[in-house]
Structure formats: structure tokens, C-alpha cells
Design a protein. Structure first.
Length: 755
């Protein structure tokens, strides 16, 4: 079987910075239709989850003329349940997605927007496809004006219907009536237009948690983060200690880049008031810094306009400024999480619903600093073959003082070493009911900038994997068994002793069809690999081995991936004992597995299993289930994503992974929803924005880890083995990877100078 090692030139894709999208980018609707208008058909008025743009949170409620029965709209008035299905942002899915009414009866629903609205378009998702549709509008719920009607015969055969209303009817109520032949199903209702927002009809923001109202003698650095509160006397003493620096409208300071930022009030002592920030880069990498701007007035808020200028004389340097949102979580309270760019903010109303500091940052790069309050910013500077030297840009903060951004580019170019980096078992973010035409490009560009090389599914045209393949080095993950085998194997329902020649023939046919599909896409065997099912353990490892042998028999060149887990619960020691793991995997693991990716807990005190996991094969790696901790600011929950790469390099391995880049269990912005789901944890390190992914420090740490891996590989390539060994020893002793990365960069620069 062929194996590909060595160096892969992929770094150009890995350090790409997202280009700001033009607001006129075409919209691609969920039914595949496109339009090129500058914006959506008005503001969204129906609170549909999954839409991240501008809206009016009307607090809309609805009722049926006849309650649906097939299925019913269960628990529709209970927050945090799978009810309110007409507004849950799910246009397709399983039986629980729509509501239905049997008996060839019309399904009529009346929506009450609690205010006067002007409707410009109504969109309906219905798996009944061809339906008769009538829309009516009313001011009082008694007298109705017909706004739209269409017969079933004139209805297109599709499951998403956009219904423009050029007459712009107005009223408080909208009645939607649909009727199909037999059972009528309705999945989703979206209303667009304008809505009254006044004292009499305020917007129904319904924040995830109520932001405490600070009054009296207490001031808070970041709204919603009680641990950043300080008394007025503490703030007064702080201002007095600043001396002349305190006379400015606001002061700059630098926060921990990879550690907790909001552990205490963000009131920097005089010696930490900053006039500049410095970064050191190779010629092709990204470095980041966390910055804080703090209001020096105890009495008045301060509105600040931020602007990051260009680096003078350095066309190869580009800076991006983001602002940190404070987001509530179930397990970790309120913490700084999403990092918003100016061109990818949530709608203003949603910023205030999901973020405790949303009202302060919703118009970024214009921000509001509360009295003695702060805004936390994230500065990322990327070098693209920049010439070595020292460069400067200015971060202006009108009317506060500016901040100088100084960047030193070393004469070091990072290589692109081969890495199975990384498996994240997820796709990309999205938006409903439409996405902008450049979203996929932005999604792929950001994910590849982190160093990710593994993509789900074959790179068929139009998929993120296909675009990723065009942009850089990629590997593709597919299932090596028919779906029923995957499901039965995962659930321990396959007896390896009972496999028959018919099973062998079925699996061989599936494998050969995969090979044919790969060849049609001009993929080599080492461009893709197969998984049988996720996380095999004691109950199904024997079946995994038997089926892996059948795949190997069908085509010996197909690469087989396995991620053993052997999880048995924290109360039972976490994972199974060494003899259990080794006994279940011995005899077939070395023979059949080309990509080994055990749960990292299986590497602890398990010499027998460890020998299997470190055997000779194409790729050795490991993974962790970690991103449910990504709501935390703690250093161990941020720097973990950087350490994944260090741990792999220290072992001499070429891969690492974690669950997951983006796999929320409900609304990705609400950590308290979906209480009816058994597993309610949101496994994600990015959030969805209206125009693409919104990073976190955890996702940014992934890039740091990959670039560290590249830098360590460079030291090895340059023959600096002594320095490399010393750095790895220091890492094993607990030294900060950020400091060791700077040490490695200086060593590589000295070597370049010596040459």
C-alpha cells in the first residue's frame, strides 16, 4: 500500500485572512434559488432560530384554527422545548420538524406580532410541496384583508415558497392558510418587513440571562460579569494611582492572550497602561493579542470609534480587529467567548439577546464603554511572505488615545509539514433561510487558516471539501460500510462470528463503489480514508476488526481509520483497563488500521494498548472530547487547543483531533436550550454569524498550535536538534507554549542569519 510522507506545501492556505465580504454578495436560499439584491426582503419579524441577521424580536405568538394532529405542535408555548415548530428555524429533518393536519383539511395559523407590522414577504417551508396558499392581514384580528392567494394547481412542486407582497400590507396579525391533498404539513413560517418598536410596543429581547443592573456604589468592567465589579472607592483609588495617564478619556492595557481575562475588574495599574503592543512573526503566520480599553470616567459612558490602520511599508502584513462578546453558559457562567469582526456581527437585536455586553458592542467598531467599564478586543496580525523588518500600524480609538501596533517579522518561513490535522468530526456553520454567496469561501478560508486538513465526505463539486481541495492540502473522510452496518456496528448489534459470504459481498460492493467515486474525482488512495463507526469499545471492537478485514480484503489499498474510545463513565474509571483495551484490539489493530486516533485517556498508564497505538502505520494520532469546555475562559480550556499539536509533535505523531469544531445540540447561541435532548452540550469552538464563522480564543489557539508544529518541524529540518530537545523538555516540564514558540522563532532566525 502506498504511503505519503514528507512535506506538503499548504501554508499559503493556512494563513489566509478572511477578506471582508461585499454587502452586495448574492444570497443563496435554502431551496437553492439565488438573488443578487443588497439585503434580505426586510427585517425578519418571526424570531426563527438559525437566522443571524437583522431582525425585530416581536415576541410573535401563534394559534391554530384547528390544532395539528399529525404530528401535533407539542409544547409549542414552552421555552426550551421542541415546540414552536413554525419558528424553530428547522425547514427539514425528521418527523418532529413539521406540524400536520389530516383529512384533506386546511391548516390555518394566525400569528400575532403584538404590534403593527408592514409585511414585504412571507416564506413557507412545507414538505407537502404543492399546496394552496392564502395570506391575510388584520389590524384587530377580526377584519381581514387578503394579501396573497394561490391555488394548489398553480403552486410549484417544491418545499420552500417565497411569497413577495409588493402591496406591503400592514397589520398586527398575519393568517397563513395552506392545504394539500390528504395530510397538510407545514414546517416553517418566515415573515419579513418592518415593525413598530416604541414604549408601547417594545422589542421582546428576552436575553438568555438578565444582565444585572449595577447601581449605587458598584461599577462593572463588562456588563454581566459580576467578578469584574468594583466599588466606587476602588475605582477612585485606581484613577488616583494612574496620575497623568488617568487624564485621558480611556486607557489601553494588554490582557492575557490565552488565560482568563475577566477574573477581576479590568482596571490596569499605572505600570500596565499601554501605549503600544508588540508582536513577533515569521514571514507566513498569524499572531494575536488581547487588548483592553477602559473608560476613565466613573460617571459617564464613553462612545469610542475604533479603526486599525495599515502597516506602513508592509503590503505583506494585514491586521484584523475583533471585539469580544460576553456570553452566558450553563456550566461556566458568563465569559468572554465569540470574537466579532465588524463585517460579521449578529443582528443588533440578537446581540442583545445572546450577549450580556451586546448593547455596548452591537455597532462595532463603534463601542460604548460603561462608566469605568471596558471593551476587550482581539488583534490578529497575519504575514504573507512579508519582508523581514519592523513595522507599525496605529489603532485609533477616537476620542481616546491611539495605540501603536509594532510588528517584527523575522527572516523565518514556516514549512508545511504533513499533518493529519485535524479531525473535528463536523462541518461548517450556516444560516437559515439563506446564506450569502461568499459564505462557503469564508468558512473554508477560516477553517484552513487553523490548519485543518480533514474534511467530511468526498469533495463533490459545490461542497466545502471541494473548495478546500482547490485551496490547499486536504484529506477526506467517508464511511467504509453501508449505513445499516454502521448503525448496527455502533450499537453492538453485529456478531462477527455470524458474518456471511453475503455480508462480504455487500461490503466489497460498497468499498469498490467508494474507490470508483474517488477515482472519478481524481483522488489517490492517500487522499481519503474510511471509518467504520465512531469510538469502538469493548462491546463492538471484535466486530470492527472482522469488518475491517473484509474492507482490506475488498481493496488492500483503502486506508482504514479507527478512534478507539472504550468509555465506561467517570464513575467507572473513565476508560477501560489496559488489558481490556489491548485484548479487544490485539490481532487486528496493527493489521488493519492505517490511521490510529485513540481517545487521549487511553494513552495514560496503558503500556499494552500504548504499544498498539504507537505502532508502524501511516498516521498515528489521538483525540480529545473537549469543546464542551470552550465556554470557559480558564487557561487550561483555552490553551488545550494549542497543546494538541505540541503533544503530537512530542510523540513523533503526525495527527491530532478533537470533538468538535462545530456540533451544537440546539441553538448554538443559547447554552440553556434543548433541555429535552439527552445530550445538551454544545460541542463548538466557533459560532455562526450572518456571513460566516465567528472565532473564539479556542479556535484561534488551534492555529497557534499548528503554526507551532510547523516551527518545531523547521528546527528539526535546520538540524537544531539540541535546541529542539531543550524546548520539548521545557514543554514537558510545564513551560508556556507561547514563550517556547518565541524561543523557537529566535533560534530559527539565528540559524537563518548564520547561513
Amino acid at each position: 500500500m502506498s504511503r505519503r510522507f514528507g512535506w506538503v506545501v499548504a501554508l499559503a492556505a493556512l494563513v489566509t485572512v478572511l477578506r471582508p465580504a461585499g454587502l452586495g454578495a448574492a444570497r443563496i436560499w435554502c431551496d437553492g434559488s439565488r438573488d443578487a439584491e443588497n439585503g434580505p426582503p426586510g427585517l425578519l419579524l418571526t424570531d426563527n432560530e438559525g437566522y443571524w441577521g437583522e431582525c425585530v424580536l416581536t415576541g410573535v405568538e401563534y394559534r391554530y384554527d384547528t390544532a395539528p394532529d399529525s404530528p401535533a405542535d407539542t409544547d409549542r408555548d414552552r421555552a426550551g422545548t421542541f415546540g414552536r415548530r413554525l419558528l424553530d428555524g428547522k425547514a427539514t429533518g425528521n418527523w418532529w420538524v413539521p406540524v400536520g393536519l389530516t383529512g384533506n383539511r386546511p391548516l390555518a395559523v394566525t400569528l400575532d406580532f403584538k404590534r403593527r407590522c408592514t409585511f414585504t414577504e412571507v416564506d413557507l417551508a412545507t414538505r407537502s410541496k404543492q399546496v394552496a396558499i392564502t395570506l391575510e392581514v388584520s389590524a384587530d384580528g377580526a377584519a381581514w384583508q387578503q394579501a396573497f392567494t394561490r391555488s394548489r394547481e398553480d403552486c410549484p412542486d417544491r418545499d420552500f415558497h417565497r411569497l413577495p407582497l409588493p402591496a406591503r400590507p400592514s397589520g398586527r396579525y398575519l393568517r397563513v392558510t395552506v392545504q394539500a391533498a390528504g395530510t397538510t404539513w407545514l414546517n416553517e413560517v418566515l415573515a419579513w418587513g418592518e415593525a413598530e418598536v416604541s414604549e408601547q410596543a417594545p422589542e421582546v429581547l428576552k436575553p438568555i440571562i438578565a444582565t444585572p443592573q449595577i447601581s449605587g456604589v458598584t461599577l462593572v468592567s463588562v456588563p454581566g460579569l459580576a467578578r469584574t465589579a468594583a466599588s466606587d472607592s476602588e475605582v477612585w483609588e485606581w484613577l488616583r494611582s494612574l496620575g497623568a495617564a488617568g487624564k485621558a478619556r480611556a486607557v489601553w492595557s494588554q490582557a492575557p492572550t490565552w488565560d482568563t481575562i475577566t477574573a477581576a475588574p479590568l482596571l490596569p495599574p499605572a505600570h500596565r497602561v499601554a501605549r503600544h503592543v508588540s508582536l513577533s512573526l515569521a514571514r507566513n503566520e498569524t499572531e494575536c493579542a488581547a487588548l483592553v480599553l477602559t473608560n476613565t470616567s466613573m460617571a459617564q459612558p464613553l462612545t469610542v470609534n475604533l479603526d486599525l490602520g495599515a502597516f506602513q511599508g508592509a503590503p505583506g502584513l494585514q491586521g484584523v480587529l475583533r471585539v469580544a462578546g460576553a456570553i452566558p453558559s450553563r456550566s461556566y457562567g458568563v465569559n468572554l467567548g465569540p470574537l466579532f469582526a465588524a463585517d460579521n456581527l449578529l443582528g443588533r437585536s440578537l446581540m442583545q439577546r445572546y450577549l450580556t455586553n451586546g448593547a455596548c458592542i452591537k455597532d462595532f467598531p463603534r463601542v460604548v464603554l460603561p462608566p469605568a467599564g471596558s471593551v476587550v478586543l482581539w488583534l490578529a496580525v497575519t504575514s504573507r511572505e512579508a519582508k523581514p523588518g519592523i513595522y507599525q500600524a496605529t489603532l485609533r480609538a477616537d476620542p481616546a488615545p491611539p495605540l501603536a501596533v509594532r510588528v517584527e517579522v523575522a527572516d523565518v518561513t514556516l514549512p508545511g509539514p504533513f499533518a493529519w490535522w485535524c479531525q473535528t468530526w463536523s462541518g461548517v456553520t450556516g444560516m437559515f433561510p439563506f446564506e450569502y454567496g461568499d459564505r462557503m469561501e469564508r468558512e473554508v478560508a477560516y477553517k484552513q487558516s487553523l490548519g485543518v486538513t480533514v474534511w467530511n465526505g468526498f469533495p463533490t463539486p459545490g461542497t466545502p471539501g471541494a473548495l478546500a481541495r482547490e485551496r490547499g492540502f486536504t484529506l477526506f473522510h467517508v464511511y467504509g460500510l453501508p449505513s445499516d452496518y454502521v448503525n448496527r456496528g455502533y450499537n453492538g448489534k453485529i456478531d462477527p462470528a455470524a458474518l456471511t459470504p453475503a455480508d462480504e459481498q455487500t461490503i466489497a460492493h460498497h468499498v469498490r463503489s467508494l474507490v470508483a467515486e474517488a477515482q472519478a474525482l481524481r483522488l489517490q488512495y492517500d487522499d481519503w480514508f474510511v471509518e467504520l463507526w465512531d469510538e469502538p469499545g469493548a462491546g463492538n471492537a471484535a466486530a470492527f476488526g472482522a469488518l475491517a478485514r473484509l474492507i482490506r480484503k475488498a481493496d488492500p489499498a483503502v486506508n482504514i481509520y479507527c478512534n478507539p474510545c472504550f468509555w465506561q463513565g467517570w464513575g467507572n474509571g473513565g476508560v477501560a483497563a489496559d488489558e481490556v483495551v489491548a485484548g479487544a484490539l490485539g490481532g487486528w489493530y496493527d493489521e488493519c488500521v492505517d490511521i490510529s486516533c485513540p481517545l487521549y485517556l487511553l494513552l495514560r498508564d496503558r503500556p499494552q494498548a500504548g504499544k498498539l497505538f504507537g505502532g508502524e502505520r501511516w498516521i498515528n494520532s489521538c483525540y480529545t472530547v473537549s469543546s464542551h469546555h470552550a465556554k470557559s475562559e480558564a487557561a487550561e480550556h483555552v490553551s488545550l487547543y494549542r497543546r494538541l499539536a505540541w503533544d503530537a509533535f512530542a510523540r513523533g505523531w503526525t495527527g491530532w483531533g478533537f470533538y468538535s469544531y462545530y456540533a451544537p445540540r440546539g441553538n448554538p447561541w443559547n447554552d440553556f436550550d434543548a433541555s429535552w435532548v439527552e445530550d445538551t452540550v454544545d460541542y463548538q469552538v466557533v459560532y455562526p454569524g450572518p456571513r460566516g464563522p465567528i472565532p473564539t480564543r479556542q479556535s484561534e489557539a488551534l492555529r497557534e498550535g499548528y503554526e507551532d508544529y510547523c516551527l518545531l518541524s523547521l528546527l528539526k529540518e535546520l538540524g537544531l536538534q539540541g535546541e529542539l530537545d531543550a524546548i520539548l523538555q521545557a514543554y514537558a516540564a510545564g513551560e508556556d507554549p507561547a514563550k517556547l514558540r518565541l524561543r523557537a522563532l529566535k533560534a530559527a532566525a539565528r540559524s537563518a542569519k548564520a547561513r
